[in-house]
Design a protein around this ligand. Structure first.
Ligand code: FEO
Ligand code: CA
Ligand code: CA
Ligand code: CA
Length: 596
């Protein structure tokens, strides 16, 4: 009847009960097995994880911390054999290292870091490329995989594209402005149509400390990005993270990094054409004319949604021909008009206000200060843009806007319709003529998130959505090969919402539109990252990030009490093992497609 009937839903699984406890839960009829945990060996010669004897050398051969983005690159077209690529966004020292935590006046205190600890933290960042294979129905890590690789905060990288070689990227270590050591805070990401792995550098500001030299011309630039924040102590050990000693180093982070996974010795490339901001992800799709479109979010309150359209076209028959597509193209920022029109505004030096009169002397300047350029063009200030996902089946694009409790009544607009937006929303974009490369389109709000039983929240889940099915704080998302939307969340605090984060299946079509069902939920204190489906939709990967975090009552070895007396030691549940972020692999017991 088209009037919001649950029977129209594209999903037929029986949903999980929302709630909070020490472990993960998946819908009945499915298996959810831990595949890779922090510290797990990735190579034939990797040492086993020993939490009481951690070294940077061991960590460089083991799975890193805080798995976020998960991608799957099939080998020989298989959905049961491929490369798993995983970002390691950041480290939680208080959950990683025994003996460094104390509680004073009800507050968690972490002992200062020495060089050995900083080196482990740096080795636990970055990404993992690892061969995996389904053997007799069970997914396994192939430690002998010749393409297995760890990328860390010390992996040498190249800077390419229009900003490469800029004076503003030059440092004492790199007089060319084209070589950088490492990648930081890789949140979400993507896999390109030509099978490379892209990593998004998000909250890079937190790694810098110190004060810029008096009169340094980067002061306003850094202020716009929140540099420095000094969340980490690396600058006490390595000069390049100290603004007083290396004032240009922060300009070398906040980029999209591309990794050629077919060569474990390839030098990752920071692709400056895609702009510099707190990159959440980089999901892509091939447009009608063969150009490739990357959708990009800048995760900060009142920042923007972007897309990048390559100049060249994708060649499906010649992988090598695509390897530098990300060095030339047009970066656009989104303006969401009140009448439902969407305009993509080009960030091109010399056009509009992006000129010397406003302090831009080149495209390099526009890209290094992408946010200021977008400010000048009048882009729409959004409620923290996270993952932006094109859907090749229905031709739409889905924008996760996680929340923004700082939006005031007089800052509300059509695309960000709630003041003090605690639960976030999802926007659906339809590009003009169904062309992902179009410079305009239409948009509408698919879903305002939060508890629909609390009228003041203003949530817009369909009435068929049960008390388990609603969520707040959409963050990552995926579209499966049937074109169905899956949303994972960050920040559903059990104290406020009675539920942990998880993975929800969200209908976008027909009468079931805006109906949501809970498929998987995480242990207490964790955030839900990933998700990712194999091409045959028979396997889903999800990343459980920072399990057990957020507590106030700490024992020295990661037994946090997050929620009243609830604690966890997920996934090992052993007294001598800390909580460990891990990738979980989900399959249907009868071998069928996920969510069917
Ligand atoms: Fe790392 Fe915006 O989440
Ligand atoms: Ca995220
Ligand atoms: Ca995604
Ligand atoms: Ca987040």
């Amino acid at each position: 009847d088209g009037a919001g009937s649950a029977s129209d839903s594209a999903f037929s699984f029986v949903e999980v009960e929302a709630g909070v406890d020490e472990t993960h839960h998946v819908a009945e009829g499915y298996d959810a097995e831990v595949l890779l945990r922090w510290g797990d060996p990735l190579f034939a010669d990797s040492p086993e994880f020993d939490p009481t004897n951690q070294t940077a050398e061991a960590q460089r051969r083991q799975f890193g911390y805080n798995n976020d983005y998960v991608g799957f690159i099939p080998l020989d077209g298989s959905s049961e054999h491929g490369l798993l690529v995983v970002n390691h966004e950041y480290t939680n020292e208080h959950l990683m290292f025994p003996g460094i935590v104390s509680v004073a006046e009800g507050k968690l205190k972490v002992a200062p870091a020495d060089k050995a600890r900083v080196d482990i933290e740096m080795a636990a960042h970055g990404g993992t490329v690892v061969e995996i294979r389904k053997v007799a129905g069970t997914w396994q890590v192939v430690r002998e995989g010749k393409l297995n690789r760890r990328i860390t905060a010390t992996t040498p990288m190249q800077i390419t594209g229009p900003a490469a070689g800029s004076e503003r990227l030059k440092t004492a270590e790199d007089a060319t402005g084209t070589r950088v050591i490492g990648t930081l805070n890789n949140c979400a990401g993507g896999v390109t149509p030509w099978g490379t792995y892209v990593m998004a550098e998000e909250n890079f500001h937190g790694y810098f400390l110190g004060t810029l030299p008096e009169g340094n011309k980067e002061a306003a630039n850094y202020k716009r990005y929140g540099v420095p924040e000094a969340s980490y102590e690396w600058g006490n050990v390595y000069d390049r993270f100290d603004l007083a000693k290396e004032p240009n180093e922060p300009n070398r982070f906040g980029w999209i990094v591309e990794v050629d996974v077919n060569d474990p010795n390839s030098v990752p490339k920071k692709r400056t054409a895609l702009g510099r901001f707190k990159h959440e992800g980089a999901e892509s799709i091939v447009a009608k004319d063969g150009r490739v479109v990357f959708y990009l979010g800048d995760d900060e309150r009142f920042d923007y949604v972007y897309k990048f359209v390559t100049s060249g076209t994708f060649n499906p028959n010649d992988r090598a021909a695509n390897m530098d597509l990300l060095d030339s193209g047009t970066l656009y920022v989104a303006k969401f008009d009140a009448d439902g029109a969407l305009e993509w505004l080009p960030l091109v030096f010399g056009q509009g206000s992006l000129t010397a009169a406003n302090g831009f002397d080149s495209q390099a300047d526009v890209l290094i200060e992408t946010r200021r350029a977008a400010d000048l063009l009048g882009a729409t200030k959004m409620d923290r843009p996270e993952d932006v996902q094109p859907n090749g089946v229905n031709g739409k694009v889905y924008v996760m806007l996680t929340n923004n409790t700082r939006r005031k009544d007089d800052q509300v607009d059509a695309a960000n319709p709630r003041a003090k937006n605690a639960f976030g929303h999802i926007i659906e974009i339809a590009e003009a003529d169904g062309d992902f490369a179009a410079t305009n389109g239409r948009w509408e709000v698919l879903l305002k998130c939060g508890d629909p039983s609390v009228a003041a929240v203003g949530a817009t889940f369909s009435t068929d959505t049960t008390r388990n099915g609603w969520f707040g704080m959409p963050d990552n998302c995926a579209v499966d090969s049937a074109g169905r939307l899956w949303v994972s969340t960050d920040g559903n605090n059990p104290k406020d919402t009675g539920r942990t984060d998880g993975l929800w299946a969200v209908d976008t079509e027909g009468g079931a539109r805006a109906t949501s069902k809970l498929f998987f939920r995480v242990p207490v204190g964790a955030e839900m990252c990933g998700p990712l489906f194999t091409p045959d939709d028979r396997t889903a990967f999800v990343a459980v990030q920072h399990p057990g975090d957020g507590g106030t009552d700490w024992a020295p070895f990661g037994r946090p009490s997050y929620y009243e007396d609830l604690s966890t030691r997920w996934p090992d549940f052993k007294d001598d093992m800390p909580v460990r972020p891990a990738v979980v692999v989900i399959t249907k017991k009868d071998g069928g497609t996920i969510g069917s």
